[in-house]
Design a protein. Structure first.
Length: 90
């Protein structure tokens, strides 16, 4: 038996449709799993954020979604020798 979709009051999307969110002053910018971006201004910011956290919607302020393995401290140097030139034999 499937769980029923879970909606937040006055918000048009179910928790399962949400991918990530960011809070900017008093407006939530929300990325949907289908690629759309929506804005939502709840009456109670803290309560809506708790609802998002309850359903494990990614907060980009905490988790930007990038793997820490792919990061490099010095961005002027390429990772894994990507731009290294191959020496040619004469």
């Amino acid at each position: 038996m499937e769980k029923e979709p879970v909606f937040y009051p006055d918000f048009d999307y179910t928790a399962s449709q949400l991918s990530a969110f960011s809070l900017c002053i008093d407006i939530f910018i929300i990325s949907l799993k289908n690629g759309e971006i929506v804005k939502f201004k709840p009456n109670d910011i803290a309560h809506f954020k708790e609802w998002l956290n309850h359903f494990k919607v990614r907060d980009v302020a905490v988790d930007d979604g990038l793997s820490h393995v792919d990061r490099t401290a010095n961005l002027s140097k390429p990772t894994n020798g990507f731009f290294n030139l191959i020496k040619r034999r004469k």
